[in-house]
Write a protein that binds this ligand. Structure first.
Ligand code: AHM
Ligand code: MG
Length: 337
């Protein structure tokens, strides 16, 4: 497709190939795009207005809520509720399913999102983003969706993607037919096709992990990290460490350059035995994107997209990126190396 194609044009052209396309999906995407434009408008002036810092509240995860977290969450909820194509919404910031306004039309889609990923980086002008996962409702009827609609395994996602508010604003999405990237041209206010059909390298030399947690990891994870740092281990190329601390930005960089991001389980906090990251609003959507680009995503013992979720805020160990790197880490974690 020609450079300069907008996301909506791209969707319309690819959706034309789906006979059952009704336009509902395009309307839903349009809302996601408008929400991201509103979020980035605030992010871009964050240092100038009273929007940095904390609200003083804690979220469902026991983490301090920042003002921009709150703003992004409100925008996502409001826009998605208003489009009439959604029957259920779940957010990283809300403990339960988000209540849907009674008078508004409900549609067949479920959206699960992390409104502002990497929020500890907001106040220091480092890339942050919004991650989204789209499922089709499974319960009958036209009313509100239920937990059953939300708690579906990742392989059921019909679309997933993210926005990154970085040196430029980028949207990356997949609807199951490849991964496509669009860059926001601020002069026209549109996301224009900039990365068509992204394919991630089968192997890469970047590793992204918070090594401050080294002493809390399982011995096999420590062994892997020692192995990749060993100059005598016969690596194709020396590894290089890159860790932003915004999952969406770390995964995006590795997607383009090749490499692997890990947030393994650790024993730092007995309330979080499976690591920090959330299955439904972080791991699943990124796993769908990375798999569609030819990469892999695993807990170390199981494909992320095969996990049957038990609760909205379930956490999972996450190893995601180039296929060969992920497979090698699985061998270590399963004790085979
Ligand atoms: P957030 O969604 O509240 O921002 O938390 C998730 C973030 C990820 O973006 C990032 O990969 C991770 O937390 C960093 O955690 P840590 O500071 O423990 O390395
Ligand atoms: Mg997050």
């Amino acid at each position: 497709m020609p450079a300069g194609t907008t996301v909506i044009e791209h969707l319309l052209r690819t959706q034309q190939e789906t006979p059952a396309a009704t336009g509902a999906f395009t309307r839903l995407f349009n809302e996601l795009i408008v929400a991201a434009k509103l979020i980035v408008r605030e992010v871009n002036k964050a240092g100038l207005v009273e929007i940095l810092g904390f609200t003083g509240r804690m979220n469902v995860q026991g983490e301090q809520v920042r003002k921009l977290d709150d703003y992004a969450n409100e925008i996502m909820i409001r826009r998605l509720q208003a489009c009439g194509e959604v029957c259920a919404l779940a957010s990283e910031e809300d403990a339960d399913l988000i209540e849907m306004p009674r008078q508004m039309k409900k549609g067949n889609y479920v959206v699960i999102f992390d409104p502002l990923d990497g929020s500890s980086n907001i106040d220091v002008n480092v890339s942050i983003g919004t991650i989204f996962s789209v499922l089709r409702r499974v319960t009958p009827g036209e009313g509100d969706g239920t937990l059953e609609d939300v708690l579906q395994p990742g392989y059921k996602q019909v679309a997933a993607g993210y926005f990154i508010y970085g040196s430029s604003t980028i949207m990356v999405y997949t609807a199951g037919n490849g991964v496509h990237g669009f860059t926001l041209d601020p002069s026209v206010g549109e996301f224009l096709l900039s990365h068509e059909n992204i394919k991630t390298p089968a192997w890469g030399n970047i590793f992204s992990i918070n090594e401050g947690n080294y002493n809390y990891w399982d011995e096999n994870v420590r062994k892997y990290i020692e192995f990749i740092k060993d100059p005598t281990a016969g690596h194709l190329k020396n590894y290089t460490s890159r860790y932003i601390g915004s999952l969406v930005a770390d995964v995006h960089r590795n997607l383009l350059f090749g490499g692997v991001f890990l947030y393994p389980a650790d024993n730092k906090d007995p309330r979080k035995p499976h690591g920090k990251l959330r299955l439904m609003c972080e791991a699943n959507p990124l796993a769908m994107v990375v798999e569609q680009a030819g990469g892999a995503a695993s807990t170390g013992t199981q494909r992320i997209l095969d996990i049957k979720p038990e609760e909205i805020h379930q956490r999972v160990p996450l190893i995601i990126g180039s296929k060969d790197n992920v497979r090698q880490i699985e061998e270590f974690i399963q004790g085979g190396r």
